[in-house]
Design a protein around this ligand. Structure first.
Ligand code: FAD
Length: 392
């Protein structure tokens, strides 16, 4: 066991790493360093409940007393500038923090494509971003959302429910195309349009003008509030400058260790081998960040050497629809919609994911089934027997 654990990034995964280390019995010094001000908080409500309620207190993951009681040395508003791997030290704001083990939990930042005028568009990543957007929604607005992924659509649903005029512009041919089956994309498109949101598909934004946005086909959309929600880039610069392997994320092995055994990486910034396919994957989800953190803590405290194998799952709340995804489908996976509306995804004969709307029971059953399979493929042919009445 190491004596000094330093965690860079005090978001969902960094916080969980500190908490799990203590829960597993880590007796050394834990230092948690985060660039953002204040206590670690959860991001998912920023595009959901918080936009309506404005209750920032409810976002905090634990009160200040938790950090004192558990002897977690939290340095907020502190950006780490460099990692010296030879000296096993991180440098932040003129101070040095020595480590025996370092955990990188630096997350992502918003992707800002090179579109003229884009600096007028707001982001939705941090509590500060969300507070600004909330204030903007206090008066009638013509809202344009650039990007029809989870965050853009969640924001669009809230803005529309508050009575604003809302347009979504998505460059791909369908909504949430990166993560969802065409069947589910179509259902969400209908739902958003039935709320009165205007949705443009297959048309990249080419310019942000004083009056709104212009699309590739020449369409001009009048807007006085613009949200950019066109994806993220992982924060990998620290790792790259320290000589760690970086490819669309900080590369880790099946035990979430980087190319330096004294450094682990987790959450949104980490590329790890997908337990099912072995292919490198980077997930942007609370599940991945927290399960990675728990696995790293078990390794550091107990020396656990088992490969990371947690079942991935995701959710998104849009209007009164809760989308849940158990598993991880590839873009080419087939889709079979059952009579209850769940969409089952297959890679050939192997079940990869199940998408549901407002059906927590099926979602949980599938997650259990996937966990029980312990990495063995769940075949379409065996599904009726294994999943009982799940698939129609
Ligand atoms: C609006 C919104 C809605 C979301 N909704 C959902 C949802 O419904 N479901 C879901 O599963 N996921 C959702 N997510 C994604 C989820 O929040 C992330 O997957 C999760 O926060 C990842 O945790 P993380 O610890 O990897 O990164 P983060 O929580 O992003 O934390 C990274 C932290 O590292 C800090 N940092 C970076 N570089 C440095 C440095 N050099 N020095 C110090 N600190 C640094 C950053 O400031 C940041 O605070 C949402 C995200 C957003 C923005």
């Amino acid at each position: 066991m190491t004596n000094r654990a330093v965690i860079i990034g005090a978001g969902q995964g960094g916080f969980q790493a500190a908490m799990s280390l203590r829960q597993e019995g880590y007796a050394g010094v834990i230092t948690l360093i985060g660039a953002e001000p204040g206590l670690p908080y959860q991001r998912p409500p920023l595009s959901k409940a918080y936009l309506k309620s404005g209750e920032a207190d409810k976002l905090t993951l634990r009160p200040a007393s938790f950090f004192e009681k558990n002897a977690v040395d939290l340095h907020h508003s502190t950006t780490v500038d460099a990692i010296d791997r030879k000296a096993q030290v991180v440098r932040a704001g003129g101070r040095d923090f020595a480590y025996d083990h370092l955990i990188l939990a630096t997350g992502t930042r918003n992707l800002r494509p090179p579109i003229p005028g884009l600096d007028r568009a707001l982001d939705l990543r941090s509590l500060r971003d969300a507070a600004r957007l909330r204030a903007e929604l206090d008066r009638p607005r013509r809202v344009a959302v650039i990007g029809g992924g989870f965050i853009g659509l969640e924001f669009a649903a809230v803005a529309r429910a508050l009575g604003h005029h809302v347009t979504v512009a998505e460059a791909a041919e369908r909504l949430m195309a990166r993560v969802l089956s065409p069947e589910m994309s179509a259902r969400f498109l209908d739902m958003h349009r039935s709320m009165g949101t205007v949705v443009h598909l297959g048309q990249p934004v080419t310019e942000v003008t004083a009056d709104g946005i212009a699309l590739a086909d020449g369409t001009c959309i009048a807007a006085d509030l613009l949200l950019l929600a066109a994806g993220v880039v992982p924060n990998t610069e620290l790792a790259r400058d320290a000589g760690l392997t970086v490819e669309n994320g900080i590369v880790v092995d099946a035990m979430l260790s980087t190319s330096d055994p004294a450094i682990s990486a987790l959450g949104d910034c980490a590329v790890f081998p997908d337990p099912r396919t072995g292919q490198p994957v980077r997930l942007e989800s609370v599940q991945a960040a927290t399960d990675h953190a728990r696995a790293i803590a078990r390794r550091l405290v107990h020396g656990a050497r088992d490969a990371y194998a947690a079942v991935p799952w995701f959710w998104s709340d849009q209007s009164d629809w809760k989308l849940q995804i158990a598993g991880l489908a590839g873009p080419g996976d087939s889709a079979h919609q059952d009579e209850n509306g769940a969409v089952w995804r297959f890679d050939g004969e192997v079940l990869t994911a199940v998408e549901t709307i407002n059906d927590a029971k099926t979602h949980m059953k599938v997650r259990r089934l996937m966990a029980q399979s312990e990495g063995q493929p769940i075949l379409r042919s065996s599904l009726a027997a294994e999943a009982g009445d799940l698939i129609a």
